[in-house]
Design a protein around this ligand. Structure first.
Ligand code: CAA
Length: 385
């Protein structure tokens, strides 16, 4: 039985900054950001948006009266949880008006947990093939103003329906997971911004990619030539290039050049939005499917990485109706508007964060279908428009 991704949808905020403008304000050569890091724009998050509102917005785009009937479970995978106890999936389910007879849970392991959610969902569907699982990978990547990680921030959610007989990607049986206790990126309970050893994290990422790919190749006997493309977790687009070149080295044959071309196609949306943490690999998959030379029957490799650290390499076969089962990311990105760097800084400092006080946000300027209206008696107040 084929099990995998049946539908995919993306949501982010409706505003962004140009990274050339950020570079100018930070006194950095813009080429460092656009070429050295490989990012052009970055999503800006108003205080009225968080992982619940972004996740609900993405999920709403793929749910239909037919497919909600088979839904058994909602898994929200996130690094940016909004409560130390209660699962954000419960808020998402409520905002979407879904049946109460649905399991709701949250998963965490930095940028990796979206992949864990998909693998767990595969198991659930294998046990009950008539049921489906909604996986939402949603995050707000925050490093802080004027930090070296600032240029690698971003925000958004990718929602995926995992089912039998999927329309986008049938996941293959072999996957290789690899984990080690590593302090490359973490966020203590009292912190709203990540702590990171940036250079070290890029080295660990490459190390984990090589380890999982090698073991995958040993187990399956497959070579790089067997992949139409490899999709990477993209904290910034240059990271995918670093990892791919670490295995291609100085190869210039057709296979190597094809993988390089498809990598470029997978980076298109990340360049415009930034790091989605758990969702980045899957926005990369949407980007490759919408911008690359991919056809039904192609095998894609997927490399997932979450600091701390956990990596996984797995593969899937592209299905015939894939193009009709992806939300229109180009349209959403074209609808966004630019804000200035001072406005981004003001919004960055206006987040609810760790505040305990009652607060009411002005939601007038936010046109999203779901908003965070504030906090009262330590409870977040969400609104559906
Ligand atoms: N023109 C062109 N390129 C330039 C340039 C210029 N004027 N100036 C610098 N560059 C290049 C540098 O040569 C460098 O390229 P290489 O990496 O290919 O050598 C690149 O721009 C970046 O320059 P620096 O290394 O000097 O940049 P930095 O010290 O400011 O830090 C960073 C970069 C480490 C990525 C930092 O942004 C960071 O810490 N980001 C967050 C951590 C992160 O994303 N890690 C990724 C792996 S961990 C992960 O994947 C999980 C996750 O999502 C967090």
């Amino acid at each position: 039985m084929k099990i995998g991704i049946d539908k995919m949808a993306f949501a982010s905020t409706d505003q962004y900054i140009e990274l050339t403008e950020l570079a100018e304000k930070r006194g950095v050569d813009p080429n460092k950001y656009t070429i050295g890091i490989g990012q052009d724009r970055q999503a800006v998050v108003p205080p009225t948006q968080d992982i619940v509102t972004l996740g609900a917005q993405a999920a709403q785009k793929l749910l239909t009266p037919e497919n909600v009937r088979g839904l058994s479970t909602i898994i929200v995978a996130t690094e940016s949880g909004i409560d130390n106890s209660k699962a954000s999936a419960i808020y998402v389910k409520h905002l979407l008006g879904l049946d109460d007879y649905v399991r709701t849970i949250e998963l965490k392991e930095a940028c990796y947990s979206g992949t864990a959610a998909i693998q767990f969902a595969r198991g659930l569907v294998a046990l009950n093939p008539q049921e489906s699982v909604l996986v939402i990978a949603a995050d707000i990547a925050r490093y802080g103003l004027n930090t070296s990680g600032e240029v690698t921030q971003g925000a958004g959610a990718v929602a995926m329906l995992i089912s039998a007989n999927p329309h986008v990607l049938a996941i293959e049986a072999t996957s290789v997971s690899y984990s080690r206790d590593v302090m490359d990126f973490w966020r203590p309970l009292y912190a709203t911004e990540a702590l990171v050893d940036g250079k070290y994290s890029t080295n660990v990422y490459i190390d984990f990619f090589k380890n999982t790919l090698t073991r995958y190749q040993q187990r399956t006997g497959r070579q790089l030539a067997d992949f139409a493309g490899i999709v990477f977790h993209l904290p910034f687009t240059k990271m995918g290039k670093k990892a791919l070149e670490a295995v291609l080295q100085d190869r210039t044959d057709d296979v190597a050049n094809r993988l390089r071309e498809q990598l470029t196609a997978s980076q298109v949306y990340c360049r415009q939005v930034g790091n989605l943490y758990t969702g980045s690999l899957y926005l990369g998959l949407m980007s490759l499917l919408q911008n690359g030379q991919i056809k039904p029957g192609d095998r894609l490799g997927l490399f997932s990485y979450g600091s701390g650290a956990e990596g996984e390499f797995y593969s899937g076969i592209v299905q015939s109706d894939f193009a009709k089962n992806l939300s229109d990311v180009d349209h959403d990105l074209a609808e966004r508007h630019q804000v200035s760097v001072p406005e981004y800084e003001r919004l960055f400092n206006s987040q609810l964060g760790m505040q305990a006080a009652d607060i009411q946000f002005d939601t007038q300027a936010d046109n999203a279908p779901f908003v965070l209206a504030g906090q009262k008696n330590h409870q977040r107040i969400y609104q559906r428009r």
